[in-house]
Every structure is written in structure tokens, then in C-alpha cells.
Design a protein around this ligand. Sequence first.
Ligand code: NAP
Length: 480
Amino acid sequence: MTTQKHDNLINGQWVAGASYAPNINPSNLADVIGDYAQADAAQLDAAVQAAQAAFPAWSTGNVQARADALDKIGTEILARREELGTLLAREEGKTKPEGIGEATRAGNIFKFFAGECLRLSGEIVPSVRSGVSVEITREPVGVVGLITPWNFPIAIPAWKIAPALAYGNCVVLKPADLVPGCAWALAEIISRSGIPAGVFNLVMGRGSVIGDPLVNHPGISAISFTGSQGVGGRIAQQCALNLKKVQLEMGGKNPQVILDDADLAQAVELSVQSAFFSTGQRCTASSRLIVTDAIYPRFLQAMQQRMASLKVGDALAAGTDIGPVSSLSQLEQDLDYVAIGQAEGAVLVAGGQRLQGSTEGFYMAPALLSDTSSAMRINREEVFGPVASIIRVKGYEEALAEANNTPFGLSAGIATSSLKYATHFKRHSQAGMVMVNLPTAGVDYHVPFGGRKGSSYGAREQGRYAQEFFTTVKTVYVGN
Ligand code: NAP
């Protein structure tokens, strides 16, 4: 079978890869989406050099032209959201409605940052010296390396590329090797937007091959990374040694607290959504359901009932609630953690086994483990699949302590009808994002996104706060 070849975008040209790798549909392993270029270090170097050459003109160029280009990209993504969402579902395994939702988010992000091009501002302040004035301005950082994970293959590239370009930086994007299709489609749209050659470059390939050359390249001024804690930590060390700006968004072990006074139906729905939708493969997924004593038996029973109604299947099929796991290695990791949890003393109360679909794919029944404690690995380590555990607690104070008892701090939720507890939780949760009567996953695109502790490092992403990372401050003194 011949498949279409997809090349890297370097200096405005489509450049053949040193080799190609197939992009395979996790719902149907017989379906090859296409062959995608694998860059080597020489191609990576060419992309960085092209970006460096494009930087002087782009960084000082007309902001209306930048805004127009970003707006055009956003318009095309939104017009093609169904097609792009379908591609996303086919390569990553999210359901088609989830894929379309993510593509829509990517389009909206470009539209938002089209406006931000015109809103970047500085300050003029009085000097402490007579006859002197002080101006504080923001300038682009330079050539930025963007490294993205497989679980949001269009939204995360979008939320890094759009602010990088809006604030006048040039870009080298390395998407996740598992899902290059959406990044390639996005690059193709960007290549026709009027942005000059070299301003945006796409270099596909393995992190183990081109990751180090990208992070350590002297032409790269800053790295924005989303992915696992292990890889992120190593990148931060490399950036520190090379004195580069770095921003890391990493894993989560997000708590969903359910108090006795919660609306039971709402608590179950938001727990199911944030633990299992998108196959649990969201950094903001709730993997720890912390439930107080009085509601616990009703909550457990209602969860089992609701989980029994979930339809796991082909991501593109109508009626599928939960698509496949994205890869075999991720599926093995998910099943391993179910076994690890049970070996630690947890009780498997729903799902947890591999499923056969109508086609060969990486299907898994969402797993719920009860009788767990915060000391267990299942509650300390990120699984990154449709696996959630219940921690039973006596009351609110214990629930809050357990919610914060984690090395991560991305998102945290509370289901309660009590204003007192909701207000206290908002202030005392040690997470970067707090949800009251909402799933821990699912955020707006125009406000800051990020966490604390082991989940995030460096400046926040998204919304106006993105300028902290993608600009650098200059202080100018003018003598009169
Ligand atoms: P990953 O294995 O850390 O990979 C992330 C990216 O880093 C991929 O593009 C990967 O390339 C690349 N990479 C691997 N080794 C590298 C190296 N030595 N140098 C430079 N880059 C390297 O993470 P993942 O499995 O794709 O994604 C899942 C993780 O992302 C989870 O931990 C999840 O929580 C996290 N995540 C966080 C957020 C957030 O905003 N907090 C959002 C989404 C996901 P390859 O694809 O070739 O390995």
C-alpha cells in the first residue's frame, strides 16, 4: 500500500525527511493516515538557521501584517474544523466531537492572538533623575523551540505558535512523533497565510534524535515544552546550562473532591467526564476522586452504573463516548497501573481490562479503583489513561489535605453546594487551576493555563499571560 508522504517545512520549502514513519490510527491499526518525515540533526540546524535569518525583519515588521496572518490562520482552521477534528480523532483516538472541539479551540486561539498583536503595550514612568524619562517595552525573545506532546495534537501547537508569532518571535516546532498529522496540517495552513519564509518551521521526528539538537542549538533563545516530567526536567537542566529561557507544562494527578452536600448526579457526571473522557489522556484529568463518608456508598454505586453505560469504540464512530488509548505502550502502562493498584490493596470496582473492538485497536474499559490511599503509587504517579481511584475521607479538612497531598499541582476540583467549603478550597488548593462544580479538565482559551509544584515550571501559557514567556522586557532611559 502506498501512502502520502508529508515533508518538513523549512525556510518556506517542503523538505523531504531523512526517513519517514507511518502515522497509524489507534482505532484501527490497519488504517495508515500517511507517512511523515523524520528529520535529522542537519535538517533541524537548517530550520533554526532559517528562523534566525527571518527574525530581524519579522520581529520589527508591521503588526497589522502579523495580525492579518494570524487571523487568516484562525479563520481557515475554524472553516475546516470538522475535517481537522476528524484527522485528530483518526490519529490520536479522541472521539470526533472531542476532535472538532479541539480544532475549534485552535482556531479561536489564533483569532485571540491576532488581536493581541495590536494590544502589546509598555509603560512610561517618571525617572528619579531630573531631565530623564524611562520607557519600559516588551520585545520578542528570538527564535523559540516549541516541543509538544501527543495528547492535544492541534491545540497545544496552536497555543504555543500563536503567541510566539504574535509577539514577533520566529518558531521551530517539533510535534510529538506519535501524532504528526495535525501539526503538519497546521503548518500547511500557516505556510499559506502570508507569513514570510523561515518565520515558522516544522521539524518532525523523534525527541531522542532531534530533541537535544533543538534544545542545545545556540540559535534557539527559548524552549516552550509540554510533556512528561522526566523529559521536561532534563530540558530545564539543559536550558539552565545554556542560560536559555524555558517554560514547562507537565503532568498532573488532579484531585476531584466530592463532599457529602454535593449534587450526586452532577458529581458523578463531572467525575466521569474529567477522569475518562478523551480516554483519560489529559494532563488535567481527575485521577483521584476524594469522597467524603456519607455520600461515598451512593457515589460509588452511581459511578459504577454510569461507567457501565459508557461506550468504548472507534473514535470516528457515532455514539462513541471513549475512543482508544493512543498507543500500545500507553495501553500497557494503563493496564500495568491497574495491576499495580490492585497489588497495593486497591479494589477494582469497574473496568480495567483490554477490550476487543470491531477492528484491531488499543481499546480499554475505563477503570475505577476503590479503597486506595495517598501513599499508593496509583495515587502518586501519573497514569495518563482512563484509570481513576477513590480515596475515602471523613470530611472536608481531610479531603483538602488529601487533594494537596501530591507532587503535582495542575488542576483541582470540588463538588459541593457549600459556599463556605467552595470558598475555602479556592484559596487553599495548591493547584494552578481550581474548579468548583466543574470537571478538572476543560478550560477557556483566553486565560492563563498552568500549575504549581511538579506540574509546571516557568511562566504561564495562554491568554495575555503568554507574553511573559514570549517577550523580554527592555528599559530605556532618555535624557531630555
Ligand atoms: P513526552 O514523552 O515527555 O514527550 C513530549 C515531547 O517531548 C514529544 O514531542 C517528545 O518527542 C519530546 N521529547 C522526547 N524526548 C526528548 C528530548 N530528549 N529532548 C527534547 N524533546 C524530547 O510526553 P508525551 O508522552 O508526549 O505526553 C504526555 C505527557 O504530557 C503527560 O505527562 C501529560 O501530563 C503531559 N501534558 C501536559 C500538559 C500541560 O499543559 N500541563 C498538557 C498535555 C500533556 P517524541 O514524541 O519523539 O517522544
